[in-house]
Design a protein around this ligand. Structure first.
Ligand SMILES: C[S@@+](CC[C@H](N)C(=O)[O-])C[C@H]1O[C@@H](n2cnc3c(N)ncnc32)[C@H](O)[C@@H]1O
Length: 633
């Protein structure tokens, strides 16, 4: 027997700017619903066609703050029970409106959905019709980020969230609450909600992309929640998104800092809010009490007006604290060689880092991974290290005006709000988080038995031939050293263990595919790019091993979404003449077929011009390619 259906209107988030996201949105919805959806160019026009939609007013109205460009939503006739999965899983939809005939079967299903979705579903009985409005979990999570950033503390975060949701559900006519909801819904950022921004991380997934890919890979697998693996988990975006939709997930990364970041990202939302508030208070007292800002600098050359230099030219002495005398900090020689690393700066950085380290060392063990991660984040923003060009290890350094202590203080304060928002969301959405873990490991020899996972969603390191991609570990050297995770001389070994590292040792070129061989030969004959030829050949063979492992640990019939830069273009620097194009995603697709995968779809996603993380120093449009594949069953 088919389930009772409803006319359903899916209103998109207004902050969807890119055509690629729209493609993902539609693809995801069609897979979640099992049928085609029809684009709606203008929500206001549609609302006038379906008069019962007018029962939703203010921020709850279908026409309120729509996506500025068409389409503004999708329309479909769908079975009523699908509303619950839509609310919990959909990535790009903000509000769902359903209109159904008022029969006992329809009303029973609406009541069931209301029981399961709690305060995020409202419904009204109209003459002969039922009108339902619900907000998606994803939209509420994204909107919670606005509350976190505008709240004065954890209690205020929760109060703001309550006001926003009640106005959004058309249950709070207070103009102040309506204004808050309108502001929160207009917020543009969609990348920093929950604990996604616990650490600044180059090359991380957009969280929405990870979530949409999880949904796309999981479609049709309704009997048991799929088990998810990200073998290159980086900062843990896939793991958090899988966990948020109730799936168990495991992540592996060769880099210990990435593993810590993933673990902190996952643990933050399970922390006890009172404990964190208490520990945050203590940490702030210590940071501020010791005048964390008094050592702030604005340039590498010397002190700012806020930080007068002592006559010796050394950084001003801070208050005495025995823990500041802890283990000495040693920076790697290649970093110290940079002319910007003046004695004054090295001295100040050392003091800032040791003081921040002493502050977090005394905290409760439950909050320590989070505080360590926030400390590492502060260090990475204090000194930004960006590798340039051609693989000979050149890098640029820039420094923040704020000190490590100041940035750590701000993050600790904000995380008290993030954790409060996480607790509120868990309760309000009745969220059953899947268990998620991250561990150190190597994608070339995964520690899991064959067939353990149903879904793989991942983004492997990009081709080392591409500009600036060659050293993840070196770029994080200061954080690794600040946290005591690596000594100065170990950073290069860590960098070498990463796929795509600039490892000059020989590889058997005979094993490369013809296309890979052609790129490696071209790099080898170009005097400027020659240092990248060997590492590029090694990259191809290491990705071959990793793909074979990914195929092994996936269950037959399991799906894998791989995200890679689409291509790298090599120019003559003086004239910008194109010399060579390396089709990175095509190499990976070919290696995937070789590993035994069937490719179901590839799709190019254009990224925003302003996303300098993904496209450092590039003048071109930047595309990523999604490869969706399946392990034949
Ligand atoms: C493009 S990043 C992944 C970013 C991730 N999707 C996120 O959202 O943060 C690639 C990751 O692969 C990791 N990696 C490199 N070689 C590896 C290996 N042999 N095994 C496991 N991870 C590796 C790097 O440390 C890096 O964190």
């Amino acid at each position: 027997m088919t389930a009772p259906t409803a006319t359903v209107l899916l209103k998109l988030r207004p902050n969807i700017a890119l055509p690629g996201d729209l493609w993902l949105a539609r693809h995801e919805l069609e897979l979640l619903l099992g049928c085609a959806v029809e684009p709606v160019p203008d929500l206001a026009a549609l609302a006038s066609e379906i008069p019962s939609l007018a029962v939703w007013q203010g921020p709850a109205s279908p026409a309120a703050q729509p996506r500025p460009i068409a389409p503004q939503g999708f329309r479909v006739v769908a079975p009523l029970p699908a509303l619950v999965a839509l609310a919990r899983r959909a990535t790009f939809v903000q509000d769902v409106y359903a209109v159904a005939p008022d029969t006992s079967a329809h009303a029973a299903l609406v009541r069931q959905a209301a029981d399961r979705l709690g305060p995020t579903l409202a419904w009204k009985r109209l003459p002969g019709e039922l009108a339902v409005h619900l907000v998606t979990h994803q939209a509420l999570c994204e909107v919670s980020d606005w509350a976190v950033r505008h709240a004065t503390g954890p209690a205020d975060t929760v109060a703001l969230l309550g006001q926003i949701l009640s106005a959004w559900m058309d249950q709070n006519p207070d103009p102040h609450a309506q204004r808050l909801a309108a502001q929160a819904l207009a917020a543009r950022s969609a990348s920093s909600y929950l604990s996604h921004d616990v650490h600044n991380y180059k090359a991380k997934f957009f969280p929405r992309l990870a979530r949409a890919l999880i949904n796309i890979c999981a479609a049709g697998d309704d009997d048991h929640p799929p088990r998810v693996l990200d073998p290159f988990c980086g900062s843990g975006t896939t793991l958090l998104e899988a966990s948020a939709v109730g799936m168990d997930a495991q992540g592996v990364d060769v880099d210990p800092l990435s593993v810590l970041i993933s673990q902190a990202k996952l643990a933050a939302l399970q922390l006890d809010g009172d404990l964190l508030a208490q520990e945050a208070h203590r940490a702030l007292e210590r940071l501020q009490g010791a005048g964390a800002s008094s050592t702030a600098l604005d340039t590498a050359a010397g002190p700012s007006r806020a930080a007068p230099a002592s006559p010796s030219g050394r950084a001003p002495a801070g208050p005495s604290d025995p823990e500041l005398a802890g283990p000495p900090l040693r920076f790697p020689p290649w970093l110290l060689k940079n002319r910007k690393m003046s004695a004054y700066l090295v001295d100040s950085l050392t003091r800032e880092i040791r003081h921040a380290r002493a502050t977090v060392a005394g905290c409760d063990p439950h909050v320590r991974p989070l505080f360590h991660t926030l400390l590492s984040d502060a260090v990475s923003r204090r000194v930004r290290l960006r590798f340039l060009g051609t693989g000979v290890g050149r890098f640029s350094l820039t420094f923040s005006r704020a000190s490590v202590g100041e940035m750590l203080s701000r993050s600790v304060q904000r995380y008290a709000n993030v954790v409060a928002a996480g607790g509120w969301l868990r309760q309000t959405l009745n969220m059953a988080w899947g268990s998620a873990t991250a561990a150190r490991g190597d994608a070339r020899c995964l520690p899991h038995p064959a067939g353990q996972f149903d879904i793989l969603v991942t983004s492997p390191p990009y081709l080392p031939a591409a500009s600036g991609r060659e050293s993840y570990a070196r770029a994080r050297a200061l954080s690794l050293i600040a946290l005591g995770m690596a000594a100065a001389e170990d950073v290069d070994d860590l960098a070498g263990s990463s796929i795509g590292a600039m490892d000059p040792s020989d590889v058997d070129l005979g094993q490369l595919t013809p296309a890979e061989g052609r790129l490696v030969s071209w790099l080898a004959q170009d005097p400027l790019r020659q240092p990248k030829a060997g590492p590029t050949a090694r990259y191809f063979l290491e990705m071959r091993r990793a793909l074979a492992e990914m195929h092994r640990v996936l269950a037959p019939g399991g799906r894998c979404a791989l995200v890679s830069g689409r291509q790298s273009t090599f120019y003559r620097f003086s004239t910008r003449q194109v010399l060579q194009v390396a089709h990175s995603a095509e190499y990976l697709a070919e290696e995937s077929l070789r590993a035994g995968f069937d490719i179901r779809a590839t799709h190019d996603l254009q990224l925003a011009k302003g996303n300098l993380n993904a496209r450092p120093r590039s003048l071109d449009d930047y595309y990523e390619t999604i490869i969706i594949m399946v392990k034949p069953g």
